[in-house]
Design a protein around this ligand. Structure first.
Ligand SMILES: NC(=O)c1ccc[n+]([C@@H]2O[C@H](COP(=O)([O-])OP(=O)(O)OC[C@H]3O[C@@H](n4cnc5c(N)ncnc54)[C@H](O)[C@@H]3O)[C@@H](O)[C@H]2O)c1
Length: 254
């Protein structure tokens, strides 16, 4: 069988992890890379042994050899929406990194566009595939802890340790923070809200308090919600300046 030709759009930090999924993959290969930064596009092409490098996303989408795209660009300025809609028009199967986009209206436009075509479409949300969380869901569904009435999540960020992220990856996130979409409650929060939904189901109502500290942190924050059934959830966010994130992030071993 011929391998699926994939075009990766956005060759930044998270692309490192996506590429690992294509190494020695019998079904698919990275055929092309597109990054607005020409240097990044060319270096990723060499690193991934891709066939083509583009700096304009429409040029990649016009490439008839490409079957599917991975959209790994920043999510600010409606970028995920713009590229998903263009990819759907080009009839490419689509995987877009979380968060899908930045408003419900935008998400509806994206879904309308992909539903018009007969395409595979997914939002890459990794927490719901994390084995301990998958196991927790299995146990809850099997009744191992009875009927849960409450889910609590605690999130603590630190100022050092963890994964090294380039200043360019932080730059657009800083702009996002100024629009009210913080790195803790919105960007990282996506994983927590997905987990909350994955474990106990659909949510009916949400409210919360989000404070702002050290000019860039959407912490401390407390978000509470009610599920459609009689269950409740709460998540509190804290930042600990002096505590390093202990985990050593080693690619492919994480
Ligand atoms: N699932 C996760 O755990 C996880 C982790 C990190 C990031 N993400 C998500 O992945 C996305 C990318 O994050 P990142 O940290 O890799 O960002 P990044 O800034 O490191 O990389 C983004 C890349 O996209 C390129 N780019 C920007 N506009 C473009 C365009 N119009 N066309 C083509 N390329 C363009 C930039 O030049 C850059 O190289 C974000 O939506 C982020 O929320 C998810």
């Amino acid at each position: 069988m011929q391998k699926i030709n994939v075009g990766i759009i956005g060759g930044g930090r998270i692309a490192d992890l996506h590429y690992l999924g294509y190494q020695n993959n019998p079904d698919a290969r990275v055929y092309a890379i597109c990054d607005v930064n020409k240097e990044v596009a060319n270096s990723r092409k060499t690193e991934w042994q891709a066939i083509k490098a583009y700096t304009n996303c429409q040029d990649l989408l016009d490439d008839k050899e490409i079957d599917a795209v991975e959209i790994l660009t920043p999510h600010n300025q409606n970028l995920h929406e713009t590229i998903v809609i263009a990819a759907a028009k080009a009839k490419k199967h689509i995987a877009v990194q979380k968060p899908m986009t930045t408003s419900l209206a935008s998400a509806d436009r994206m879904l309308a566009s992909v539903n018009k075509e007969n395409l595979v479409y997914k939002v890459t949300e990794n927490y719901v595939f994390y084995p301990p969380i998958v196991k927790a869901r299995e146990l809850i569904k099997a009744g191992a802890i009875g009927e849960p009435s409450n889910l609590r999540i605690k999130f603590v960020s630190g100022s050092s340790g963890g994964w090294t992220v380039a200043s360019s990856s932080w730059a657009w996130r800083m702009e996002e923070i100024l629009t009210g979409r913080g790195t803790a409650t919105f960007d990282h929060g996506h994983h927590l809200w997905s987990t909350a939904w994955f474990l106990l189901g659909a949510v009916e109502k949400v409210t919360g308090w989000i404070d702002f500290s050290q000019d860039v942190l959407d912490c401390p924050a407390m978000i509470i919600w009610k599920y459609k059934t009689s269950k409740y959830g709460a998540c509190d966010f804290a930042h600990s300046t002096f505590i390093a994130v202990q985990e050593t992030f080693i690619l492919a071993q994480h």
